[in-house]
Design a protein around this ligand. Structure first.
Ligand code: PMV
Length: 324
């Protein structure tokens, strides 16, 4: 009863911010994302009759009882009809809690490894539904490539599907890590404040159209429109965060400097656009032809601590190499 899974974090192109059901983690709107090749979580789960509680190690650190991983193991145990505790070990290839969505890859890998170790054989749709309850964005790390999370009103209809495969469009997302510091408010908590922004209802009224426009843009591989849309979408989501009560400011000075620099680079002729989640780190999208220039320019900035190059990546999968 041991299994290991690997999943990639995804970045929202049309974002998920605000939930209509907190317990089931049903979002207020559908969203679109892409899985990222350089941001990976690997997780091994083993159910063991001899354990008297769950033993969870994430990035080398023991986790205390009552955490979200144990809650998710309970969902898996309920579904499998077992009452056995589990040993879980999980590692990320990238910094956690700085806005790179480690919860998306983390809960996707946990869902696949945990359900397999529990003897369940779930479909992609069932895995996505289960992963969503651990962390909403994890539903989108189950399918591969470019993904849409459907805006369902009940648990059974709120899941993600692949809309274009990973090799459909070779765009590049250079992640710039501008701070290793953890964010003050987790996105799980921040999501609860979305509805308190006076702009939230307006945002919601625009989402359905945004989703269909984004699908068309990806289908046509129109990079300029793609870039313009992800950037304005990220700023719109942050406008809701900035105006919620209490207000959420996720950016650091490095984030802001880089946002402005991206615009300068664009006016100088480099086709690069940004998107940001809940954190300081920033995703810079470019096309293959600009790939060599961008990392070099980023390396010259003292506030950029590290960069990670990503291509569109596949979905969650079982691997044979266990962590213990
Ligand atoms: O970490 P979660 O599952 O609560 O989702 C965070 C959502 C954002 O990253 C802020 C936006 C998105 O769509 O990825």
């Amino acid at each position: 009863m041991k299994a290991t899974a690997q999943a990639h974090a995804n970045v929202g192109l049309i974002k998920y911010w605000g939930r209509k059901n907190e317990i089931l983690r049903l979002p207020q709107n559908g969203s679109i994302s892409v899985n990222l090749s350089g941001l990976t979580t690997t997780t091994t789960v083993e159910f063991d009759e001899d354990l008297t509680s769950d033993e969870i190690i994430i990035n080398g650190e023991y986790q205390h009882r009552g955490n979200r991983v144990s809650e998710h193991l309970n969902r898996i145990r309920n579904q499998a009809g077992i009452k056995i505790y589990a040993r879980v070990e999980s590692i990320n290839s990238f910094p956690s809690s700085t806005g790179l969505s480690s919860s998306s890859s983390g809960f996707a890998a946990l869902t696949l490894a945990g359900s397999s170790a529990a003897g369940l054989s779930l479909t992609e749709k069932e895995l996505s539904i289960l992963a969503r309850q651990g962390s909403g964005s994890a539903s989108r790390s189950i399918p591969s490539g470019f993904v849409e999370w459907l805006n369902g009103d009940i648990s059974a209809s709120s899941y993600a599907v692949s809309i274009f495969p990973e090799n459909y469009w070779k765009i590049i997302d250079v992640v710039a890590i501008v701070s290793a510091g953890k964010k003050e408010v987790s996105s799980a908590d921040g999501q609860k404040l979305a509805g308190s922004s006076p702009f939230f209802e307006t945002r919601l009224s625009l989402m359905k159209d945004k989703i269909s426009v984004m699908k068309e843009i990806i289908q046509k591989k129109d990079f300029r429109l793609f870039g313009e849309m992800i950037e304005s979408e990220a700023l719109e989501m942050h406008a809701v965060m900035l105006t919620s009560q209490p207000s959420l400011i996720y950016w650091s000075s490095g984030t802001l400097e880089l946002m402005k620099l991206v615009r300068k680079w664009r006016s100088d002729g480099l086709s690069v656009y940004f998107t940001i989640n809940t954190g300081q780190d920033i995703h810079l999208f470019c096309e293959n032809k600009n790939y060599t220039q961008l990392p070099k320019m980023l390396e010259q900035l003292n506030y950029v601590k590290k960069i990670i190059i990503n291509y569109p990546a596949g979905g969650a999968r079982i691997i044979n190499k266990h962590l213990f």
